[in-house]
Write a protein of this length. Structure first.
Length: 320
C-alpha cells in the first residue's frame, strides 16, 4: 500500500533525534530498486519508526521504487524540512520530482520545478562531489524554459563540473549539454576525447559516428568506425558500427547489411548494442534498399527483443 503524508504534516518535526542521511544512505536507497534484502530492511524500518527522518527517508525510497513519485517526494520533503543537512534526501527529492515533472500538468510544473532546482542546488552545496545531484541540476538547466530558471550555459558548467569528478559520466554530461545547445563541435570534441580515454569501449566510438551522421558528415562517420577497426581490430561492436553508418548515410548497403547480420549471429560483450538496436538498424538498411517487407520483419524482431523499443515502434507506425 502506498503511504501518503497529509499536507498539514509536511512541516512537522521528527519524533526521534535527527541523523543526517549520508550518501551511503543514498546508495542504499538506490539499491531498494533491485535488492530484495535492502527493500525488506527499509520496509521494517518504516514499520518501526514511521514518523522519524529515517522512517520517512525509507518510505520515500520504497515509494520511488514503486514509481509512486509524488508520494516519494512528500516523504523526502518531510526529511528535508526536518533535517536540512540531509544531502541524500535533497538528491532523492530531485530524482523523484525529475521523474514525473516532464509529463506533469502546468500546475504541478509551476509547483515542483522551483523546488526541484532548489533541492539539487542545496544537495550540491552540502556536498560538491555529489555527481547525481549535479547531473539532475544539469538536466534541469538544459530542459527548463528560461522563465523557470533554464540556462544552457549553467547546464554546460555543471557538465564540466561532473567531468572533473567523474570523466566517464562527464563525457555523457558534455554530450547532453552540447546537444541541448546544438553545439555539434563540442559534442564531437567530447566524444573524440572519450575514444582516446576508453579505446576498447564501444559506446564512445558509436556515439561519435552517430554525432558525425547527425551533423551530415557521413565521411567522418565512416572514418570513425574504420579508424576504430584499425586501432582495436576484432571487436564485435565494430560490425554494428558499420551497419549504423550505412543505415544513417544510405551508403554501402550491402556491407551494412552483412555486418549487422554477422553481429546478430555472433557473441557480444556487455555494454554492446542489443538485438533490438541491431534489428532496427538492419530494418533501416533494408528499407533504404526498397525491401520494405523485410524491413518490417526486422523491426518486428526488434520489438520481439524489446517490446518497449520506441524507434522500432515508430518505424512500423510510419510504414503501416
Amino acid at each position: 500500500m502506498r503511504r501518503t503524508i497529509p499536507l498539514l504534516l509536511l512541516g512537522a518535526a521528527a519524533t526521534a533525534p535527527l541523523r543526517a542521511q549520508s550518501m551511503a544512505d543514498y546508495a542504499r536507497c538506490q539499491r531498494v530498486f533491485t535488492d530484495a534484502a535492502v527493500r525488506s530492511a527499509f520496509e521494517q524500518q518504516v514499520q518501526r519508526e514511521p514518523t522519524t527522518t529515517m522512517g520517512h527517508f525509507a518510505a520515500g525510497c520504497l515509494d520511488a521504487a514503486r514509481r509512486a513519485f509524488k508520494d516519494a517526494a512528500a516523504h523526502f520533503e518531510q526529511v528535508m524540512r526536518a533535517d536540512p543537512r540531509s544531502t541524500a534526501a535533497f538528491t532523492m527529492y530531485g530524482n523523484v520530482v525529475g521523474a514525473f515533472l516532464p509529463s506533469a500538468g502546468l500546475v504541478d510544473k509551476a509547483r515542483y520545478a522551483p523546488r526541484l532546482r532548489t533541492a539539487l542546488e542545496t544537495a550540491i552545496t552540502l556536498d560538491g562531489t555529489n555527481v547525481d545531484a549535479r547531473w539532475g541540476l544539469m538536466q534541469y538547466y538544459l530542459s527548463a524554459p528560461g522563465f523557470a530558471g533554464g540556462d544552457k550555459a549553467k547546464g554546460r558548467a555543471q557538465a564540466e563540473a561532473i567531468m572533473a569528478l567523474d570523466a566517464w559520466r562527464g563525457t555523457w554530461a558534455r554530450v547532453d549539454a552540447g546537444e541541448a545547445s546544438r553545439d555539434r563541435a563540442y559534442v564531437v570534441r567530447a566524444l573524440t576525447e572519450a575514444t582516446r580515454a576508453w579505446p576498447d569501449s564501444a559506446r564512445p566510438w558509436l556515439a561519435l559516428a552517430d554525432a558525425h551522421l547527425a551533423g551530415g558528415d557521413a565521411a567522418a562517420a565512416w572514418r570513425t568506425v574504420e579508424g576504430w577497426m584499425l586501432q582495436r581490430p576484432g571487436l564485435a561492436a565494430q560490425q554494428y558500427g558499420l551497419g549504423l553508418v550505412s543505415a544513417g548515410a544510405g551508403e554501402r548497403l550491402e556491407i551494412g547489411e552483412a555486418s549487422l547480420r554477422a553481429y546478430l549471429a555472433g557473441s557480444r560483450r556487455r555494454g554492446d548494442p542489443g538485438v533490438a538496436e541491431a534489428q532496427f538498424q538492419l530494418g533501416r538498411i533494408l528499407e533504404r534498399g526498397g525491401r520494405r517487407g523485410e524491413a518490417r520483419a526486422a523491426w518486428q524482431a526488434a520489438l520481439g527483443a524489446d517490446p518497449a523499443y520506441k524507434p522500432a515502434k515508430d518505424a512500423l507506425a510510419r510504414i503501416d
